[in-house]
Write a protein that binds this ligand. Structure first.
Ligand code: IVH
Length: 711
């Protein structure tokens, strides 16, 4: 990292100052004003040159505004090279520059409902309207790509340019001609228009971007950073084939101007922005009509903006906000322009999805099956409107592959409903005092040594009695997915556990509701509700009970498959591997875990207590398999094996019967269809014979029936 204008020390200093000023605005002084300019220039360099910003756009805007207001209050301190004096520009000397027919201005930004309301007030004032008048706005997405201006003359696309510095842009006509959503010819003539300039945004669909990067990865090429840069880079390559290869799309969002052959502006006195967009759509341009809404007043605008803020991720293109435009062209004209932006439009910026923070320390949390999850505690930051102070680091490999260290400045992202995650550490901002994150060798709660299976990402504490696990298992047990005890939840488990009332799952069924009613925040009524919820859960089908036990890999689906095959949960004590894996879709790994669970005397004791407390352990209608293969030889039959079998073990026999469609039951009763007798069959045979309704087979007859007769 040589040849850089900023040393690591300066970078760290500027980063820290930025965060400091964002928390508490700069105190005005001539020196500070210069310093803020320096810091902003640094961030511009990170953003535009390094393509790797260390603060969010929002944070940059806030600092920029601080400088603007300092300069407004103290004009004598204003520097000639202040960042506020710059006209932003993407000009290079790679392309010929052309002067836009009308300057391409920028947009003012807003961040909340209040900002939008004051914009609305301003628009009304500029239009001499009373405060209670309603202005109609057109609201559309703010595309995060590269802006372009395209000129048509005599119906033909004659010129296209980047925004450049707003006055002049780079001529990129040949590249733009590869974009399929921009017609090479459009019938402006029929509306009397000889020349028109349209503004829009070139960008790449998120899905397309992922595909391009996947292909580049497969070919060993460096990956593109984001859809935006892939699009803007694609517009400005010297080889139009490269532009074409990136499948760039273009949305048109403004009719810049239109004139007739004599140079007179073609206008429609009652024209609106929405009508202009419809017109361009009818000529074959791509306009954002699916997301555009004409709102009758600013409150409707506000609602529409927050609606899109919540679902921005679902849009196929990156959008970073909404753009609000006064719909009437006449009112636009009256509102006018500043040198920087039109007064009739404003951008509503969505809250930043990314922010930088500092990794303070790492906590190692123990999950219900003993998996150790490292969780980064970070300096709290606002992400998409939520304060984030904890971020999962997933596992040791995640930490190592990104080389995340204690004390690092980290880039954190929270997109939509996705849980926040660390994108990367900012290595350039390291001081050298950052420390490698040591993964513990022992469980942080019970000190038991940790193990890691070769195929698994997580280190695990295999001590089933580990307090942390006991607690997490109880939280899982009462959860919606498992026993679904309404109103119990994590908070109550933690509270009752801390009070010493819960030691294992059985304790959940012997709580003292008198004591609970006396707790702060409870009362008779809520204690009674809880009791009823617990009572109700006792009748759950056994598939829920199986899933609630927190056996590694025993999820909902496998619990269901097994529940369909057992009469009583405790029968699983006697099942061996063959018996489990005979069930379609039940694998050997989860089977071993279940076997190990039912081998533990402590677990059996706990289950027996639960049953004694009234928890249902017997198969219910909801547990029975819905679809039995009707053509299976023993479909719909119940079966029982007795005596010692000669050709197979008891478990093998039961597994075979199950795969032949039979259900194994454990006692002779009127429900039993078939009894298979081995050597020394005893009372079960006598009882079946006495009933007279049970079919009795020898072991060989059984094998014949299921088509596996042995010689
Ligand atoms: S209208 C005179 N509409 O945002 C008003 N701009 O931050 C010109 N942008 O330079 C802009 N989506 O590149 C407008 N629907 C939209 C937009 C949009 C994205 C970009 C445009 C502009 C920048 C300003």
């Amino acid at each position: 990292m040589t040849n850089q204008p900023y040393t690591p020390e300066i970078q760290r200093q500027y980063f820290d100052l930025s965060k400091q000023w964002l928390a508490k605005p700069v105190t005005p002084s001539a020196d500070h004003l210069i310093l803020v300019g320096d810091v902003l220039r640094y961030h511009e360099w990170r953003y535009y040159v390094q393509n790797d910003p260390v603060i969010s756009d929002y944070e940059y805007d806030q600092l920029y505004k601080q400088l603007e207001s300092l300069e407004a209050a103290h004009p004598q301190w204003k520097q000639p090279d202040s960042p506020t004096q710059r006209v932003s520009s993407d000009l290079t000397d790679l392309f010929r520059t052309v002067v836009h027919l009308r300057p391409m201005l920028s947009l003012d930004n807003s961040y909340n409902a209040e900002d939008l309301r004051s914009f609305d007030e301003q628009v009304k004032k500029l239009n001499f309207l009373s405060a209670d008048a309603e202005v109609v706005y057109s609201v559309e997405p703010k595309f995060d790509g590269g802006s372009i201006a395209v000129v048509y003359e005599n119906d033909l696309l004659v010129r296209a340019a980047t925004r450049g510095n707003g006055v002049e842009g780079e001529e990129i006509t040949n590249n733009i001609k590869t974009i399929r959503s921009i017609p090479l010819k459009a019938d402006f003539g029929k509306s009397g228009i000889y020349r028109a300039e349209l503004r829009g945004e070139a960008l790449i669909a998120k899905e397309k971007f992922r595909k391009i990067n996947a292909e580049r990865e497969a070919e060993g090429l460096p990956l593109f950073a984001n859809p935006r840069n892939t699009a803007t880079g694609g517009l400005r390559t010297k080889d139009p084939r490269e532009t074409a290869a990136r499948s760039i799309d273009a949305f048109i969002y403004q009719l810049g101007f239109a004139e007739d052959p004599t140079g007179r502006i073609v206008t429609d006195d009652h024209g609106s922005h929405a009508a202009n967009m419809d017109f361009l759509g009818s000529l074959g341009f791509r306009v954002p009509s699916d997301v555009t809404r004409v709102c009758q007043n600013i409150e409707e605008v506000i609602r529409y903006c927050s609606e899109w803020e919540a679902k921005r991720e679902s849009y196929p293109y990156e959008i970073d906000g909404m753009v609000i435009k006064v719909n009437s062209l006449e009112m636009q004209e009256r509102a006018g322009y500043t040198s920087h932006h039109p007064r009739w439009a404003i951008a509503f910026k969505f809250k930043a999805k990314q922010a930088t923070s500092t990794l303070l320390h790492v906590e190692f949390q123990v999950g219900k099956i003993g998996s150790i999850t490292p969780v980064a505690k970070i300096e709290p930051v606002q992400l998409a409107g939520v304060t984030v102070s904890s971020v999962s680091l997933h596992n040791e490999d995640f930490i190592r592959s990104r080389d995340i260290r204690l004390g690092d400045k980290v880039l954190v992202e929270r997109a939509g409903d996705v849980i926040p995650y660390i994108v990367k550490p900012l290595e350039e901002l390291r001081t050298g005092s950052e420390q490698v994150i040591e993964f513990p060798k022992n469980c942080p709660v019970c000190q038991h040594p940790l193990f890691r299976e070769p195929e698994e990402a997580a280190w695990r504490c295999v001590n089933y009695q580990c307090e942390a696990q006991v607690l997490q298992r109880m939280i899982h047990h009462v959860s919606k997915d498992a026993m679904d005890i309404e109103g119990f939840g994590r908070a109550n488990v933690e509270r009752f556990y801390a009070l010493g009332w819960l030691h294992n799952l059985a304790d959940i069924y012997r709580l003292d509701y008198g004591k609970i009613a006396a707790l702060e925040g409870f009362g008779k009524k809520s204690a009674e509700n809880l009791r009823e919820a617990v009572e109700k859960a006792k009748n759950n089908p056994i598939k829920r009970l199986l899933h609630s036990l927190s056996i590694h890999h025993l999820g909902k689906r496998v619990s269901e498959l097994i529940a369909a095959e057992v009469d009583h949960v405790l029968e699983l004590k006697d099942w061996d591997l063959d018996r489990f894996v005979a069930i379609k879709d039940v694998g050997p790994v989860v089977s071993q875990n279940i076997i190990a669970f039912f081998k533990q005397p402590d677990n059996i004791r706990m289950l027996e207590e639960m049953e004694a407390l009234g928890v249902n352990f017997k198969q219910t209608d909801q547990d029975r398999a819905k679809a039995v293969a009707v053509d299976a030889p023993l479909a719909g039959k119940t079966i029982l094996f007795t005596g010692s079998l000669e050709h197979m073990t008891r478990n093998e026999a039961q597994a075979m019967a199950a795969s032949a469609g039979a259900k194994n039951i454990s006692a002779v009763s009127g429900n039993l269809d078939v009894l298979v007798v081995g050597e020394n069959a005893g009372s079960k045979l006598t009882k079946a014979q006495a009933l007279g309704t049970v079919t009795i087979w020898t072991e060989l007859e059984f094998l014949q029936q299921i088509g596996k007769e042995k010689p």
